[in-house]
Design a protein around this ligand. Structure first.
Ligand SMILES: N[C@@H](CCC(=O)N[C@@H](CSS)C(=O)NCC(=O)O)C(=O)O
Length: 255
């Protein structure tokens, strides 16, 4: 096995989109070569394909943690270019189209590894987190961010639901599990369950204080909201903004 590529047979990469500050995660089994990609971004599909190819992996699942509002997902374009053996994945509760629609406590397997699905509604109804017990990691989407959490002021957002999701589904995990969110806006890459239980400025508070914090975030709506949500209901392949149609038709390269 090539050195530096894997750890206990796991191949792991954290990839970043500078525009939307989105993290995409690649996890692969070095032995079987089966891999999954979590929260890919449409405009970076070529980058993701290159990394997968260079590491000698075969994508089995392209997955979302939820219907994103700030960027268009790359699951559809990756399926289109990689072929029918790649399956798109999202939760059933999201109401979005995909090959595989997940429910709480389902498992997604790739090679000898698997991800446990935990329903964590609050930012949206269909949010899920993926717990990777073998790697002691959890991919939290927008449910839990580093020292923050997903906003709850649009889509089906509910501060109380998000609070309960974090407390029951994430803060019950062992404290050494590493937290990998879908975004970071401050240059942080990773946290742990223990750190967030101790230092998260929102989720260390009682429910009423949390709700008041969430009611007063004062964030502008994501610039892509009206385009991204309908597109992401169909794996990012509908009603695309013109610059993204160019990517799909191959007239724009991503280099
Ligand atoms: N400025 C960005 C959107 C930033 C934003 O609203 N982020 C979301 C996650 S993406 S919907 C969020 O939940 N943020 C929570 C926070 O506390 O920052 C844009 O225009 O796209």
């Amino acid at each position: 096995m090539a050195s530096g590529l894997s750890n206990n047979g796991l191949v792991f990469r954290q990839l970043f989109d500078r525009e939307s500050c989105t993290y995409t995660y690649l996890l692969g089994d070095a032995e079987s070569k089966e891999a999954v990609l979590i929260d890919p971004v449409f405009g970076l599909a070529q980058r993701d394909r290159s990394v997968v190819d260079e590491l000698g992996l075969n994508l089995k699942f392209v997955m979302n943690t939820h219907v994103h509002a700030d960027h268009v997902t790359g699951t559809g374009i990756l399926k289109q270019t990689l072929g029918k053996s790649v399956l798109s994945v999202i939760s059933a509760a999201s109401g979005a189209n995909a090959d595989v629609k997940l429910n709480h406590s389902d498992n997604i397997s790739f090679g000898k590894f698997s991800l446990e699905v935990r329903g964590t509604p609050g930012h949206t109804n269909g949010c899920v987190c993926y717990v990777f017990h073998e790697g002691r990691m959890v991919f939290t989407g927008d449910t839990l961010l580093i020292r923050g959490c997903g906003r709850t002021d649009f889509q089906e957002g509910s501060a109380e639901t998000l609070y309960n999701s974090v407390k029951t589904q994430l803060f019950e995990l062992p404290e050494d599990y590493l937290v990998y969110p879908a975004h970071d806006y401050k240059g942080m890459t990773c946290s742990s369950v223990g750190e967030e239980k101790k230092y998260n400025p929102r989720l260390t508070k009682d429910l009423d204080t949390f709700k008041s914090i969430m009611d007063n975030l004062g964030l502008p709506y994501p610039k892509m909201l009206d385009k991204a949500v309908p597109a992401n209901k169909v794996c990012g392949l509908y009603n695309l903004p013109p610059e993204m149609e160019e990517v799909l038709s191959g007239s724009k390269n991503n280099n």
